[in-house]
Design a protein around this ligand. Structure first.
Ligand code: ZN
Length: 320
């Protein structure tokens, strides 16, 4: 039997200004700020996490804000769009909400089976709101700025730009357990996961565009879900047997990770569902303190001095 990824765990992108990133993802998209931590490979940079009330796998959008970083340029070998699912009854709500926030958008327009709206985040990352009732809101953030009935559910999926399809499709199908479902022009859709956890990956194939240059506004990697530590270790073997070169298992404190580059150049991660973001903060305090993995605690004072201060919108500010 084929091994199958459970869906998307998280998506990590690069940003410039941290405060602008917080204001957009909390006040415009209505995601809960669930964790203020550091980039474990560059501890002078934040790692900011957003999601549903608990930061469930499948809702976790995360950023490395590099301050004055220039904008990346789109091209092959990267994820060019991040899709979030919202209910089909919510079109008017999102049109009005984005207009009120001064965000220019395209759509609603058809893409495969769904209507979508597209717009850019403050660093130029393209967001798709996908109107779909397939996905449900597992842990709604009741104190958020978006009424729960219109709130973002899960990631719907991502769009990748690649110079060629075949080798990348083989990894999706034969290693990660995706199946190919449809094609529209040079866009190919693959699906993985069951029911509400299903995730789509749309691959746009065009050999005539240059490679992306990654910086602010670029997606750094996508992480796929593994159920627990045991399944995660098995995935490391499956990926290796699939002819790829995964890293060793890395303890990211909130999950275990392995990383590998797929043949088209996109960085993939596989992350465990456990232990999750409530491992070091109670639910009602998620995102309120700078949280460091225990092995960084001895450097806390220096890290706190280096990071720019950010303020997380409070419930009262959100109501404005
Ligand atoms: Zn990651």
């Amino acid at each position: 039997m084929k091994n199958k990824i459970l869906g998307i765990h998280h998506i990590t992108a690069m940003a410039s200004d941290a405060q602008r990133n917080v204001d957009f993802y909390v006040l415009v998209l209505g995601l809960r700020f669930v964790k203020k931590s550091i980039n474990q490979d560059a501890p002078d940079v934040y790692h900011l996490y957003y999601g549903d009330e608990v930061g469930s796998p499948g809702t976790a959008m995360t950023f490395f804000p590099f301050g004055r970083a220039s904008r990346g340029t789109r091209g092959n070998g990267e994820i060019s769009r991040v899709g979030f699912s919202v209910p089909t009854i919510s079109k008017d709500f999102w049109i009005n909400h984005l207009s009120k926030k001064g965000i220019s958008f395209s759509g609603p327009e058809r893409k495969f089976e769904n209507d979508i709206m597209t717009f850019l985040d403050p660093d130029g990352m393209m967001i798709e709101l996908v109107f779909s009732d397939k996905q449900i809101l597992k842990f709604p953030w009741k104190q958020g700025p978006i009424p729960v009935e219109h709130a973002i559910r899960n990631f719907f999926g991502v769009t990748m730009n690649l110079a060629s399809l075949e080798a990348s499709a083989t990894v999706l199908n034969d290693v990660l357990g995706f199946h190919s479902v449809s094609q529209n022009g040079n866009t190919h859709r693959f699906l993985v996961g069951e029911g509400s956890d299903e995730a789509a990956i749309d691959i746009i194939v065009n050999p005539n565009i240059p490679f992306a240059r990654q910086s602010a506004g670029s997606v750094h990697h996508i992480a796929w879900r593994a159920k627990d530590f045991v399944a995660h270790e098995e995935w490391q073997r499956f990926v290796e047997q699939g002819g790829l070169s995964p890293t060793e298992v890395i303890d990211r404190f909130y999950f275990h990770s392995i990383y590998f580059r797929e043949p088209g150049g996109v960085l993939y991660e596989i992350a465990s569902d456990n232990p999750g973001f409530t491992v070091d903060e109670p639910l009602d305090q998620l995102g309120t303190h700078l949280m460091l993995p225990p092995w960084y605690e001895i450097h806390r004072e220096k890290i706190e001095r280096t990071l720019p201060p950010i303020s997380i919108p409070t419930f009262n500010e959100i109501l404005k």
